[in-house]
Structure formats: structure tokens, C-alpha cells
Ligand binder design. Sequence first.
Ligand SMILES: CC(=O)N[C@H]1[C@@H](OP(=O)(O)OP(=O)(O)OC[C@H]2O[C@@H](n3ccc(=O)[nH]c3=O)[C@H](O)[C@@H]2O)O[C@H](CO)[C@@H](O)[C@@H]1O
Length: 504
Amino acid sequence: MASEQEVRARLRRAGQEHLLRFCAELAPGPRAALLTELEPLEPEALREHCQRAAAACARPPGPPPDLAARLRPLPPERVGSVIRSDPEARRLWEQEGFHQIALNKVAVLLLAGGQGTRLGVTYPKGMYQVGLPSQKTLYQLQAERIRRVEQLAGEHHGTHCTVPWYIMTSEFTLGPTAEFFKEHDFFHLDPNNVVMFEQRMLPAVTFDGKAILERKDKVAMAPDGNGGLYRALADHRILEDMERRGVEFVHVYCVDNILVRMADPLFIGFCVLHGADCGAKVVEKAYPEEPVGVVCQVDGVPQVVEYSEISPETVRLRAPDGGLLYNAGNICNHFFTRSFLQVVTRQFEPLLKPHVAVKKVPHVDEEGNLVKPLEPNGIKMEKFVFDVFQFAENFVAFEVLRKEEFSPLKNADSADKDNPTTARRALLTQHYRWALQAGAHFVDVHGARLPDLASLPSTGEPPAVCEISPLVSYSGEGLEVYLQGREFQSPLILDENQVRALQP
Ligand SMILES: CC(=O)N[C@H]1[C@@H](OP(=O)(O)OP(=O)(O)OC[C@H]2O[C@@H](n3ccc(=O)[nH]c3=O)[C@H](O)[C@@H]2O)O[C@H](CO)[C@@H](O)[C@@H]1O
């Protein structure tokens, strides 16, 4: 460990010596912890980070004034769609996706370093369970979808294959996530195929460019954004690990979408067959102000403009057909080739511009008293995972159906959208739909038929509780054999045991 003098000299070079102002009064343990936290911060990088934050804050808030004029929707030739394609095209994409999975060329990469502030839990979001009958957590649903997609690809091609799961965590999420996976026996995945790695942290900064002390012995640090992925890949030599395993294609996704299709063969196959180096799944936006990024072009280059950085006037613009002009909502599901990620980590990462978030950051005042600010007082700088789209040689977007693939868990139940209740309903309604499509009928306690597909309500609870384990069906496939022509009362929990009982 570096000495206090060494750390002090480095901080002086960065103009941040105030971070040690309580050092003399700290007991040996906390002092060592503070020095350990400060030691890895490179003076020049720290100076630049703090200056950039202050400069960004000095600029007028809101999107750059000329942004609207530089925006265009993506040209149609860059956009594929599960909705507007014919069944034969979908079959070919899916077949290609399964083929690549069966060749062990596909990995999934979870972005799980976020703090889940809006949901209001102190543990990683992936450990959250939304109240399904099975009580499965987001992590468990994801693990089981990986197992099922491996099984399906294996069946298609008569092989035994693996989809490695890379999980990017942060200082906040690594410990509890690793512990949770151990406690749950890695949800029956081989631990060698689950690779956790940590993203970097950056100090929060005051409006005048000073890093903030959260306690006398602790700097207010936050993860460097989901675009911290690219530095983390390099820090932990993850691309080398992928190369060793023969992985060529990576499906990157965010933790909170309960309907996420891990390593989706259709999406992978679509991107591979189009020779894409980079791709993004999109859904039609639900309403103009929906907090999703917009996949579009800026100055003719594919990009995502984040919901926090687009003006209310621009999000409300209409296309000639009456729909939203900027309609392609980013669901944080991305496709990258390994070679593209390699170029990004080696060449383009330093060009990614951090985005600024102004936040209330708890801190200590000059006397060392803890202060919980009522007004924003600090700046957090984050890179965004999608900011590399501009460097792609062949970017494609792939439109999917929201009700099948997107229901994010962002907020607590006190909010009216994107909360545990809406996530649970989205999954159970989807499973009810799948069961009906497979020929099941649901009846109430008196034997009267419950609504069928045509009369299914679009919001609220599904008419009956039906939960289908991802180990039984990945996207609705293979259910006829258990459900065709049968009647069920609520709840129907179709897991591996129930499937054995229903086996013809
Ligand atoms: C920057 C980004 O991708 N924004 C997208 C994100 O917004 P949104 O603002 O919802 O993004 P979140 O803060 O939820 O982060 C998305 C994902 O990144 C992870 N994370 C976040 C910060 C961090 O430092 N490290 C890290 O790994 C989170 O754990 C999460 O899995 O999801 C929306 C869909 O749901 C999209 O419409 C947004 O365009």
C-alpha cells in the first residue's frame, strides 16, 4: 500500500488534496481504507475527470441546441423486425442463431453494476423477485433461460453446447451477487461458465470540480456507467477469455427486463446473417415521454439519444403515418461481434464522452458533519454502453414485440409504471398467452371458460395465474404436448415436475 505522503503528493497533482483533510484524525483501519481507495486514482485522469465534470456543469442544461436538426430516424434498410417479416425469414434467422449457439460461438453479457436507486433496494436488482408463484428472482429466470437455450441449440444440432455468462458488476454489486450465486449453486450452471468481473468507480464531484468526501474516511464513488464495460473488458482480459472459448458473438443486456431473451437465436441469427458488427433490439415506444433511449441517426451515424438528453418537443414529433418520428425505443439489448469489441477497447474507448448526471450526494462538511443535501450538489459522470454504435461499420436494429420482450423493473410499486407489479403481470400474461396458443383452456371454479386470446385484457392481471418455467419453454415453444386440448384451473405452474405429470 502507498504511504500517506505518496497519496498526498498524487492528490496534490490532481488538485484534490482536500480528500485527506480528515486523515490525521482517523484511526489506523479507516485511514488505511481511505488510502487504499485513493491509491488507484491516477492523478492526471482524476484532474481531468474533475475538470470535465465542472465544465460540463457550467454548460446550459438540456440537449445541445442544434441536436434536433441533426437527428433522423434510422433508414429502413438498417432495421429488421419480427413483426414485419415473413415466417420463412424468421425461421432462417432462428436457425442461424441456434447454429452459432451450437458451435459455442455465442456468449451473453449482463450489465449488473448499477445501484438500482429508483427501485429503492440495497441489494443488486438481479436478486429481486417480483412475486411470481415460483418466487424466482431475475437472476434465476436469466440462468434458466440460458440453460434452456443451450438445450434447444443442442437438440437442433445434436451437440452439447455452452453459452458462457459474463456478468459485469461494480463495487456495490460484486460481493452480494457472487454470494447469491454460490448460495443458489449457480442455478445449476457450471460455475466455470459464469464469469464475474468488476467495472471501475469514479468520484462524484462538486459543481466547482472537487471530488466529494462521503465520510471522513470514504470518497463518494459511483460506478462509471454501463459504458464502463469497455474498460472493464480490458482490465479483466475478458475478450481473451472469450477468444479462448471460441466466442465470436456477444449479447449484452441489462439486468431489469423480466422478459429478456438471453442469447435470443432470432436476434443473433438476424445480426449474423446481415454481417452486422453491432446491433440493438428496439421496441415501439409506448408514449412520447417513455424513459427509453431512442435509436436513430445523428449526422447520419447510428446512435442512441438517451431519454434524459432529448427535448420534449423532439420526442413528440410525428411521422407522416401519424406514429412517433423517433419510435425505436432502446431496450438495452445489444449485439456485438468480439472483433468489434476488440477494436472498441483498443482504439475507441477513450473517445467515448462521459454523460453528466446532477445528483444529491451525501457528504461531510468542513467540520466533518454528515450532510444529506436537499438539493442536487454533485455531478456523477457516466459512459453509456451504446455510445460505441457510432464506430460500427455495419449497425442494425431489430424490432421486437414489447409484450413478448420488454417489461423493465425500474421503480418501486409506488410508481405507476415499470414496477414489480407491472413486471409480474407482463410475465404471467405472456405465459397465459403461450398456454392458450398451445391449445390450453382455463376455467373458473364453476367450470366456465376464462377469456381466450381474442378477449384477453391488455392491462391488469391475467384471467388466471399461469407460470411456465424457462426450463420448460424459452419463448413459448414445445408446450402443445402438455397443454393441447386440456382444461386448467388457476394456478397452473408448469415446471419440470408438472411437465412429467402431464407427459402423454
Ligand atoms: C445508458 C443506457 O444503457 N440507458 C438505457 C437504460 O436506461 P436506464 O436509465 O433505465 O439504465 P439503468 O440505470 O437501469 O442501467 C441499465 C443497465 O446498466 C447497468 N449499469 C448501470 C450503470 C453502471 O454504472 N453499471 C451498470 O452495469 C444496470 O445495472 C442496468 O442493468 O435502459 C433503458 C431500457 O430499460 C434504455 O432505454 C436506456 O437507453
